[in-house]
Design a protein around this ligand. Structure first.
Ligand SMILES: Cc1ncc(COP(=O)(O)O)c(C=O)c1O
Length: 457
């Protein structure tokens, strides 16, 4: 009998609930602090930036949070997403492992980001918000929120990291097609952007800087605009759980269960999305799946950062959280995986990593593109450079299984396609890409500026 490659669910299998890891991890959350006073934040402080429903989700310890019907209706444009067995990649590698991937690249904008953009736009809409601001690195998040704001009739201002704005002009056009306004960050529109440009007129920008600009634009709008973040926050990670919930059912259709689940990490949302439902199965049902987060060596917050309180953005306007950080002043080298250039990481991922419940590895840019090209030639999809980090780690797992003669079941999240990343592929194929060593000096300097929090870290 021919072997099955695609494992598909029906529209009726689309999850009705998001899964919240805070119900099961049993790790007491560290307080979230105001950036100005370093005292715990209050809902009043957060409500300048976010609608109340998202604030409640942020602090919720409910295991399951219902997905509103309006959101499920829009999810149906691309969900449930397919799970594939990468048989052709397995053959190329000659591995004894079975490799599966969840294909989030099939969303209209090409990544997992709409899974949270749609509910964030929805909850803002029903709270009466008229306009949002946000940042984007690679342009995937900006595209997703542009689409979602268009569906819910909200205006959107996007601060796009300048290096990505230059590398990916068509991402900007996509956002504009949905009706958003896009700026190359640092801009001269905000106090913070102007101060960065005064210091370095050629600043390539960073996610930390773009977040500061988008937060400032919302906070100084006199209540007219709210802010939306595409990763890091609990409610974002919770929305992404639809990936893992579907994958559990699809692995069942394949009659297998993963030994290891892999995702790339920028702020941590697609990794959490695929991994947390499997972590629940570990915690509640005694499964023993390894969960592996993959980051770039150029911005290795989990594997080289310090676990302490730090600002979420460069200008110290976003809340202070306990996380593995390279220092909020650290500007990662301009690697092509723009969405992974962040100095910190989602606090829940950091707490789980600290507790030994998840693993992390850092991979280099050239090895990552080598894996991306291998995958494209075997499976046909050109992956986003961010997702290629997960592919690198999945291939390394498959090769390790081959050496040991093991049948290892590997599941990774293909968080997006790279159809807008041809500049990166062109540079790689022309031999013009470099590996960026861990920028030790820059990190050491950034570490001098950590906030002086008096409560135990
Ligand atoms: C395709 C893709 N994957 C992964 C990421 C990293 O974000 P996160 O760690 O929140 O999934 C991004 C961010 O822009 C992205 O565009």
């Amino acid at each position: 009998m021919p072997e099955q490659t695609r494992f598909l669910l029906n529209e009726s299998d689309l999850p009705r609930y998001w899964y919240n890891i805070n119900a099961d991890s049993k790790l007491p959350p560290a307080p979230v602090l105001r950036p100005d006073t370093l005292e715990p934040v209050t809902p009043d402080f957060l409500s300048v930036l976010f609608p109340m429903e998202l604030i409640l989700q942020e602090v919720s310890t409910e295991r399951f949070i219902p997905i509103p019907e309006e959101v499920r209706e829009i999810y149906k444009l691309y969900r449930p997403t397919p799970l594939l067995r990468a048989r052709r990649l397995e053959q190329v590698l000659g591995t004894t492992a079975h490799i599966y991937y969840k294909n989030e690249a099939v969303s209209p904008v090409g990544s997992h980001k709409p899974n949270t953009a749609i509910p964030q736009a929805f909850f803002n809409r029903i709270a009466g918000t008229k306009a949002l601001t946000t940042e984007t690195g690679a342009g995937q998040w900006g595209s997703a929120l542009s689409m979602a704001c268009n569906f819910f009739d909200l205006d959107l201002e996007v601060y796009m990291v300048k290096v990505s704005y230059q590398q990916k002009p068509y991402r900007r056009v996509m956002m504009e097609t949905y009706g958003a306004t896009v700026f190359a960050s640092p801009t001269d529109r905000t106090n913070y952007g102007r101060s960065v440009l005064d210091n370095d007129p050629n600043s390539p920008g960073s996610l930390g800087i773009a977040i500061s600009e988008a937060v400032e634009a919302a906070a100084s709008s006199g209540g007219k605009k709210k802010y939306s973040l595409g990763s890091v926050l609990n409610h974002v990670l919770t929305h992404q759980s639809v990936i893992g919930e579907e994958a559990i059912k699809q692995m069942d259709l394949a009659n297998e269960y993963p030994d290891v689940v892999i995702g790339c990490v920028g702020g941590g949302s697609n990794f959490a999305g695929i991994a947390y439902p499997f972590l629940r199965e570990n915690l509640v049902n005694g499964r023993r799946t390894r969960l592996l987060a993959v980051e770039p060596t150029a911005a290795p917050s989990l594997t080289k950062g310090v676990y302490t309180f730090d600002y979420g953005d460069t200008a110290r306007m976003a809340p202070v959280v306990k996380m593995y950080t390279l220092g909020h002043g650290f500007i990662p080298p301009s690697i092509h995986a723009g969405g992974l250039r962040y100095h910190g990481m989602a606090p829940s991922i950091c707490a789980l990593y600290d507790a030994g419940m998840i693993e992390a590895v850092a991979v280099r840019q050239l090895a990552t593109f080598e894996a991306a090209v291998l995958f494209a030639r075997a499976e046909g999809i050109v992956p986003a450079p961010e997702s290629a980090h997960a592919i690198r780690a999945a291939i390394d797992e498959a090769l390790d299984a081959k050496t040991k003669g093991e049948k290892r079941v590997i599941l990774f999240n293909l968080s997006g396609h790279g159809n807008f990343d041809m500049g990166a592929y062109e540079a790689y194929l022309a031999g013009k890409l470099d590996d960026h060593e861990y920028p030790e000096e820059a990190v050491r300097a950034a570490m001098q500026e950590l906030p002086k929090v008096t409560m135990p870290a």
